[in-house]
Design a protein around this ligand. Sequence first.
Ligand code: ZN
Length: 333
Amino acid sequence: MPTIPSPLPWQADQWQRLGAQWRAGRCPHALLLSGQAGLGKRRFAEAFAALVLCEHPRDGLACGQCRGCRLWQAGSHPDFLRVEPEKPGGPLKVEQIRQLGAFVGRTSGREGARVVWLAPAEAMNVNAANALLKNLEEPAASVIFLLVTDSPSGLLPTIRSRCQAIAFPAPGEEAALRWLQKGGLDGQAARRALVLSGGAPLLALTLAEPASREAREQFLGDLATLAQGSASAVPLAGRWENPPEGVELSQLLQFWQQWLAQMLRVRSCDLTTDAQIMGLLQRLPGTGEASLRPLFSFYDKLLQARQALSSGANPNKRLLIEDLMIHWAKLYV
Ligand SMILES: [Zn+2]
């Protein structure tokens, strides 16, 4: 049975503020938890849902023992509804949001609050978002919506404006490293993974796993082969359309962006860095500032591709990665 989740060390402020609102009976009926991926926002939302459903909270946390907590742990609390894509990385469909109506419409068996946990909120397309909006506009008295997003700009402004926003910034480096080391990483591995994750500890922990590291190395190796002109983009795109388990395409694009950022940093300050990144840099045609311009526009292209993947637009992954790899290869012609 899963344990009752608790907030992470760097979420103490948000937890205290929200907990105080809840205890004072002033909890908003819709909350939008936002911040970069890998900070533990979903876990925070779960911890808060458990608190709301707990019959005897202790020290501001769910007790883990009452009937409400046991039902929650068993994944069968009738007053808790989890809404997430049917497949990881997929869209939240309008039918899924419509099913909310039945949950929101009925009354709670125990006369307490009911909780809708929904993530990632940006995976709703316009139809799904409009269906949700109806629920947010006419709130049932005792329902709390917890929407979680890595990318609030991907949400309809009308949704954002109906939620109280809770921002989750990345923790300080020291706190993050301490947590990673408690999680079993040694100092150097923790530091490397944290940089790669953009400062997000939970993401860093998954990035440090061997399978993820291996996939990254292979992907970078393939990009290097493309840059050398010794492979062609289309078959390679076929290989990466569906990355190995545990790695998502949008994540690979994020690494690609980070490698580009490293290349740009090296060019401008002449630091030494990873040999493979240096090799990619040296192979770029042209010299000086002019040779960097295509890298900047390629960086934007990667950003747009990641936004398309995280939005509800559900783009064709094969075409997306193929287009990127073709453009990448062209940088080296
Ligand atoms: Zn309890």
